[in-house]
Design a protein around this ligand. Sequence first.
Ligand code: ATP
Ligand code: MG
Length: 159
Amino acid sequence: QQTDISEMLEDVADRFSFQIRQKRIHISTRVRDDVASAWLDRDQIDQVLGNLVSNALKYTPEGGMIQLEALKNEEGMLAITVRDSGIGIPKKDIERIFERFYRVDKARSRNMGGTGLGLSIAREIVKAHGGSISLQSELNEGSLVTFTLPLKQEGGSAP
Ligand code: ATP
Ligand code: MG
């Protein structure tokens, strides 16, 4: 459905407001004018955003920051980014991170809960909608997940 992107990003932040407050995380959202709204499957994209923000929260220590941003990329796609200032991911693990059940190491994940499915589900959803998802990370500095979605309706003539 036609979706206000700012509203969608603020909604996902609201859904995690308890944990955000508890960990004193600074969260911000920014939406560029040319992607103020888009035609998308709200339930499914909410699930992607939920998985990514849940990770950002889980793997960012108290007092850290999370930034949600939406922009139009070079290919004319809607790109949504979730950046955190968390523990990051070692280089050797990054390429496997979207595999089902893959978690970086038992020590860091043991007390975190979860099954290692969040990112693989996010990738399935994004692919099914004609987009792609990627992750960049620097150990001990933070992570940046970017996913893209077509801005135009399939076969439609939306501007
Ligand atoms: P689930 O999502 O099923 O609750 P999970 O969060 O462990 O469990 P994924 O979301 O698929 O699983 O993430 C896989 C692994 O990637 C995580 O276990 C964690 O080690 C690493 N990871 C994911 N996102 C981040 C992040 N933002 N910062 C640091 N590490 C991350
Ligand atoms: Mg997860």
